[in-house]
Design a protein around this ligand. Structure first.
Ligand code: M5T
Length: 629
């Protein structure tokens, strides 16, 4: 059974798992799928009696979970995913649906019902393919369910309570986890084990195969299509490669979110296969199966990562995306002439960008993809151009010294730029050009994340806020849009405040945002009900953070609050590679680091901020709020 060509279809897409279940995340991660986790806010409260069969309830709930995320990402985050996956697992016994227990007594009630009997576990799954057309979200929904029968042994009261006291039942449908201690309760399982754990992987892959590779006439006549179709049943897995393509050809794609896939397309006669890292049976012209060797695709992708980044950086520096904006397709020679580069070099860069999904290439020439128009042109509302240029000019030289940073445990500004900066931000502010570049970079990220930061919590009770280190005011302007009664002071160094006018939003009522210059380590902080520190604490070591938090705490009256916006690491520091790589980014250039929710909690607690709430937004920044009591 060959899974990867099927899952490979998702590699170049922005895939979102609309689930908070760590089991689902693990099942999909284990098979190499790359995706973002955006837990659904859909409340599982559909009226059970309105469904004729339990599986219908699970399927509908799964669908609603996925729809909520697809809509939220499109409308609120303005990031339309390509595919959203939602799932819902329920246990059904004696015509009753059991979900997660609300407390220990409820868990006891559920487990007693299952005791000594066979029950069914249903997982409903929804796969939503999304497209944004004229800003409207268009969706194609595919759903299915899987049933597994599970029988519990006869269990004593004592054992049931011991199990309940382990804490395991609480976040699990039916009140048990078959994959852990709960496995001891189970006499037999008929069907897909992973379906019980929370995600029917096999059925999911079959569904993808049906969606992406509908069986052709040839397949129906000659091939067995028993489970996930093996590659030799696919007529053309290489997405548009013609069937007379006879050479080995490497392919590598970037989707809108920057995810990348790589693989090799092989064709012989009318059979082709995308090979992405698992053993792929291939068929030669005589119909004899061969085995391609195993490729470590993930490692190969990582080895190539820097090349893809640099191609994006150079195309951005040359303003190729600006050049192609609002234009029909252009030929490489014309682009080269316009931007003043060599034709042969430009052609290779354009081809690389097209293969990465940044440009479209047709016989008429090259044009921007939608995401290039939105994010890569320098003047777009959600332009990442500033951050890309900062990445190329500032972060790249620093990262080339990562080895020293790891060996020495310290930042590498002296090696990268030949000078030792005593103060972190002196590097940025020594020249107007670098200052503006840095501000543009911070502005890009602040703008992209501002809506999610502003709405992660309801902040309507606050009348005034002070954004410490608020830079260009991107978050401040978003806040006053979302909360019309709020007045926001942006407090930042004089060198920053002097340059903010360039970033003022046009056509927006700017009165509720004021800019005050000062150094938050040295000067008095402006009065406010809410103090915001967005991407500030990660710049500093704990000692400095204590200085800053004690200053905020001193001016923060009861009822006032502190709001942090940072990439929050999971407590085990193993799951969020974007945030963990960002922590390396902090190592090469600062004395700071990214921290986990518990670490932020501990820092805040020492300054009287006790009731800490954390929201993982699914965007680049998460939000921590603590109201002082
Ligand atoms: C029977 C069984 C269930 N589960 C977990 O039960 C949760 C079901 O709840 P859900 O509502 O489908 O999902 P959730 O956890 O609330 O997440 P979400 O998708 O965000 O609603 C999921 O976690 C499953 O793994 C196990 O881990 N092992 C088992 O043997």
């Amino acid at each position: 059974m060959v899974l990867n060509p099927v899952l490979g279809k998702l590699v170049s897409k922005r895939v979102v798992l609309a689930s908070a279940s760590p089991r689902r995340r693990e099942i999909l991660t284990n098979v190499g799928l790359r995706f973002e986790v955006v837990p659904s806010w859909f409340k599982e409260t559909l009226e059970k009696s309105s469904f004729t069969a339990p599986y219908e309830y699970a399927v509908e709930t799964a669908k609603q979970k996925a729809l909520e995320v697809a809509n939220r990402m499109h409308v609120k985050h303005m990031r339309t995913p390509d595919v959203v996956i939602g799932a819902d697992t329920i246990v059904s016994v004696d015509e009753q649906i059991l979900e997660k227990p609300v407390d220990k007594q409820d868990a006891y009630r559920m487990l007693s019902r299952l005791n000594g009997k066979e029950h069914s576990v249903f997982t409903g799954v929804a796969i939503i393919h999304c497209h944004s057309k004229d800003n409207q979200l268009e969706m194609e929904i595919t759903d299915f369910y899987e049933e597994t029968k599970v029988k519990f042994s006869e269990l004593s009261e004592e054992l049931l309570w011991e199990y309940i006291d382990s804490g395991e039942p609480m976040d699990k449908a039916g009140g048990y986890g078959i994959q852990a201690l709960g496995g001891m309760l189970v006499e037999y399982v008929h069907g897909d084990f992973l379906n019980v754990v929370g995600f029917p992987l096999n059925h999911f892959c079959k569904k993808l195969a049906e969606l992406y590779y509908p069986p052709s006439k040839h397949n129906i006549q000659h091939k067995k299509y028993d489970s996930i179709p093996s590659v030799d049943t696919f007529e053309n897995l290489s997405d548009g490669e013609s069937s007379n393509f006879t050479e080995h050809k490497a392919a590598s794609k970037l989707d809108h979110s920057g995810m990348r896939s790589s693989g090799a397309a092989y064709t012989s006669g009318n059979t082709s296969a995308v090979r992405t890292g698992f053993t792929v049976p291939l068929e030669n012209q005589n119909g004899v199966s061969q085995s391609a060797s195993k490729l470590p695709s993930k490692i190969l992708e990582l080895m190539d990562g820097f090349r893809a980044s640099k191609a994006l950086f150079v195309a951005s520096k040359l303003k190729i995306f600006d050049h192609l904006k609002d234009k029909g397709p252009a030929k490489a020679v014309d682009i080269a002439n316009d931007v003043g580069t060599s034709v042969c070099g430009t052609e290779r860069l354009l081809d690389a960008c097209a293969s990465l999904g940044l440009l479209e290439k047709t016989p008429q020439g090259y044009s921007n993809t939608d995401s290039a128009n939105t994010y890569l042109t320098s003047d777009g509302k959600y332009s990442l151009h500033g951050y890309i240029i900062h990445s190329n000019d500032h972060l790249w030289p620093l990262f080339t010294n990562l080895e020293f940073a790891v060996k020495e445990g310290s930042r590498q500004n002296h090696r990268a730029f030949g000078k030792k900066a005593d103060d972190l931000f002196k590097d940025y502010y020594h020249s107007q050009e670098v200052n503006q570049r840095f501000m543009a970079a911070m502005h890009s990220i602040a703008h992209l994340t501002a809506r999610d930061v502003a709405t992660a919590f309801d902040l309507s009770q606050f009348k005034s806020a002070c954004d410490l280190g608020g830079c260009t005011g991107a978050l401040a302007y978003e806040l006053v849009q979302v909360y019309p009664n709020l007045k926001v002071t942006v407090f930042d160094l004089p060198e920053v405040i002097a340059n903010t006018s360039y970033f003022q939003p046009s056509g927006q009522h700017t009165a509720p945002v004021t800019f005050v210059s000062g150094d938050f380590f040295k000067d008095n902080l402006p009065e406010a009900d809410l103090y915001i520190l967005s991407r500030v604490l990660h710049d500093w070591p704990d000692e400095k953070i204590h200085v800053l938090l004690s200053k905020v705490s001193a001016v923060c009256r009861p009822g006032c609050a502190i709001l942090l916006a940072e990439m929050v690491l999971d407590d085990e520091k193993k799951n969020r590679s974007t945030a963990l790589l960002q922590s390396l980014n902090m190592l090469v250039q600062t004395e700071g680091k990214e921290r986990s929710g518990s670490e932020y909690q501990a820092l805040l607690k020492q300054h009287g901020f006790k009731n800490v709430k954390i929201r993982i937004t699914g965007n680049l920044l998460d939000v921590i709020l603590c109201v002082k009591t």
